[in-house]
Write a protein that binds this ligand. Structure first.
Ligand SMILES: Cc1cc2nc3c(=O)[nH]c(=O)nc-3n(C[C@H](O)[C@H](O)[C@H](O)COP(=O)(O)OP(=O)(O)OC[C@H]3O[C@@H](n4cnc5c(N)ncnc54)[C@H](O)[C@@H]3O)c2cc1C
Length: 403
């Protein structure tokens, strides 16, 4: 039996597993795919967004990517990232179980006793003293009976989903600016050649010449945790992708000889379930740059809401140089005593989640959850009773950017 089980190997889960292991815990990381990285690999999401407060394991991750020539500034290579993470987690001694889909949790008296994981016709049961839910969708929290929220308070709608893709064979000499390409895109949309509710064409360069990364498909109004609607979303996003690529190739000279290099393994989910935690972070907390006594991390990224209904993106920035803090209480629910949550499904409103969801901040939360789980385990404490000043001191000693 492991002392800590982390479910989900995205940015939050990787950091949680490494952090708990470095605190002397035996750690099992369970991931439904055959590789780590979550949205950074399976979702082909790029680049890392800029925020204050992204110290600790995120900085170490950047260094490791650099050693593999897998990064230029904030842009990284998703395929090499899989190798970097394999190496890192194995070096740390984290046990990994790939191809395992979490499907059930057995809870007794407010404690998760064990979880069930299925794959290839097998059902496995794992017990542990503490669990960290880094599934992005809060699957473990939901299965353990934690009350959950989803999407906007008024109608439950979540941010749109996007299938990212990358093309090669782009003529860099002929490549247009973002504004020029968007102008052509809008003309094509007006002529009925493109059917996509996005207001512009969103793209980035990769770490190599001749390649372009697109984050531009947009599927609105679908529930990201309904298998039926997720299926519809996958199909619609790839329809948009094919249409966009064909249009680029035919009508934009820089793309005449372009080819599709990669399509994300799954549609990118920006938002779905969040836990109802001991504290729920709000838009007001974010925009008023609120500080908390039990802060475990900070973030300065704007509220960035891609419209859940159609065109438009709402950006609400914090004053320059300012930040808000993420309280420890957003990482657990009073309903379950041995469960922490990290990443995009922590206790936060639609608006606050739209800021803290970026990959660097997910790693900050993951690191905090990993250290907190280790402290709870060492002291045999409910996660709500972890001494926060000690947690903060440990995080600071590990390079976290805290007051
Ligand atoms: C289209 C899009 C564009 C984005 N753009 C950017 C950007 O440019 N920069 C930026 O910094 N952030 C961006 N983000 C946000 C960021 O990528 C995510 O919010 C972040 O990756 C969330 O990290 P996480 O660890 O919480 O979850 P995820 O990255 O979603 O990882 C969750 C992991 O859990 C696994 N998992 C899920 N359910 C189960 C289960 N039941 N059993 C086992 N394993 C499971 C998944 O396979 C996955 O590996 C973007 C997101 C999207 C969708």
């Amino acid at each position: 039996m492991h002392s800590v089980i982390v479910v989900g190997g995205g940015p939050a889960g990787v950091a949680a597993a490494v952090a708990a292991k470095r605190e002397g815990q035996s750690v099992l990381l369970i991931e439904r795919y055959g590789f780590l990285g979550g949205m950074a690999t399976a979702g082909l999401v790029n680049p890392f967004m800029v925020t204050l407060g992204a110290g600790g394991l995120y900085q170490e991750f950047l260094e490791r990517l650099e050693k593999w020539d897998a990064r230029k500034d904030r842009t990284f290579d998703g395929e090499l990232t899989k190798l970097v993470l394999d190496e890192w987690l194995q070096e740390e001694g984290v046990d990994i179980l790939f191809h395992g889909l979490l499907t059930d949790a057995e809870v007794e008296g407010g404690y998760i006793k064990s979880i069930k994981v299925v794959g290839k016709g097998e059902e496995l049961e794992f017990a542990a003293s503490y669990f960290i839910d880094c599934t992005g969708d809060g699957d473990l929290a939901k299965l353990a009976g934690v009350p959950m929220n989803m999407g906007r308070e008024a109608d439950g709608l979540c941010q749109p989903m996007t299938t990212c893709f990358q093309v090669g064979g782009v003529d860099d000499e002929l490549m247009l600016t973002r504004e020029e390409l968007t102008k052509l895109y809008l003309e094509a949309k007006a002529q009925g050649k493109l059917n996509n509710p996005r207001e512009n064409l969103l793209w980035f360069r990769t770490i190599r010449p001749g390649e372009v990364h697109f984050n531009t498909t947009r599927v609105v109004g679908k529930n990201p945790v309904s298998l039926q609607e997720l299926t519809e979303a996958e199909l619609e996003a790839r329809r948009q992708l094919a249409e966009t690529f064909a249009w680029l190739k035919k009508e934009v000279p820089a793309f005449k000889n372009a080819y599709i290099m990669r399509i994300a393994a799954q549609i990118g989910v920006r938002e779905s379930r969040t836990i109802q935690g001991a504290y729920q972070l709000t838009e007001d907390d974010v925009l008023s740059c609120r500080k908390f006594d039990d802060a475990i991390g900070k973030c300065s990224y704007p509220i960035d809401i891609h419209s859940p209904q159609g065109e438009g993106t709402r950006i609400a920035a914090l004053p320059k140089g300012e930040w808000y803090e993420i309280p420890y209480r957003t990482l657990y629910s009073p309903a379950v005593e041995n469960l922490l949550v990290a990443g995009r499904c922590i206790s936060s409103t639609h608006e606050a989640q739209a800021s803290l969801r970026i990959m660097p901040t997910c790693m900050v939360m993951g690191q905090a959850a990993g250290v907190a789980a280790a402290m709870a385990s060492a002291g045999n404490l409910p996660v709500s009773q972890v001494p926060v000043p000690e947690l903060q001191a440990k995080l600071k000693a590990k390079g976290a950017d805290l007051r």
